[in-house]
Design a binder for this molecule. Sequence first.
Ligand code: GH3
Ligand code: MG
Ligand code: MG
Ligand code: MG
Ligand code: MG
Length: 307
Amino acid sequence: YLLKDSPASVSYLIPLLQRLEANDQHKTMVVEDSATVRHHLVNLLRRQNLEVIEACHGQEAITQLEQHPDISLIITDHDMPEKDGITMVREIRQQYSRNQLAILGLSGSNDDAMTALFLKAGANDFLKKPFNQEELYCRIHHILNMKDTADKLYRMANQDSLTGLWNRRYFFNHSCSQDRCEFRNIAMVDIDFFKKVNDTYGHDAGDEVLIQVSQQLQQHFPDDIVARFGGEEFCILSCGDFELFTSRLEALRQSIDGLDIIYQNSTLNVTISIGTVSGNQSLSDLLKTADSYLYRAKESGRNQIQV
Ligand code: GH3
Ligand code: MG
Ligand code: MG
Ligand code: MG
Ligand code: MG
């Protein structure tokens, strides 16, 4: 065994157990070419109720990650056939940020630079083999906490807390992810006479309407960027066929028109107005145009799409 066994100290294990009790299921991958070490690591992790996937080298790990994008922790060796650990970490980090994935490097190499190389490639931490079992648990606990904190920060900065939709900041930061497409489709969506809902049924009822309208938006546009721009105004950004886009908008309009929103003892009904445009102009030009079409939809009687 390359691994040092040490007397199990229950007190050290408690932090990891506690975080798992908090209903956090972290899917883990062990990347290690030595079957003996890999099985030992897998056993240590399974003992902590972690779901574990195995890979024998870096290339296999990358394939596994594509099949299990919800993996949140990778523990990896360096010296492996096909692809070494540091190269693998560097490649994975181009796609998976620190709020999605925690990585722990692990190597028996006597190379002084090994720790720095792993950290520079994007690992969160490094542990030398043979390692102490409690130290492994502590480091895992630590990097998973860091990942969860980074994720929380990311959500606080990019998501709308009431509806769970993306916010303006995310919208403008990620609009470039659609730069490759020739034409971009934009839709500005605004709830009609929303102020009346608040005035009649109260602010909490208004919030419920916002939540349910947001769910409809997400269901109709699962592959696009859907953001709450403010108040009762939303924006959808997508690539691809504009006719398909407008037919989806029409389906959205109809489903909200027919939606009964139950709040306490009342059934609330709202409609939406939409302004939409497609083109290769700048995002701000497209938004201005969509906004003017939305205004036209309001002027023309609401509950409609203006193209
Ligand atoms: P129009 O059809 O012209 O869009 O009329 P409207 O009443 O929907 O538009 P208006 O801009 O007059 O009112 C929007 C209201 O949305 C006013 C504001 O109090 C309310 N609002 C904004 N944010 C929230 C929120 O987070 N929760 C609730 N309940 N209300 C909100
Ligand atoms: Mg090895
Ligand atoms: Mg409105
Ligand atoms: Mg308004
Ligand atoms: Mg508005």
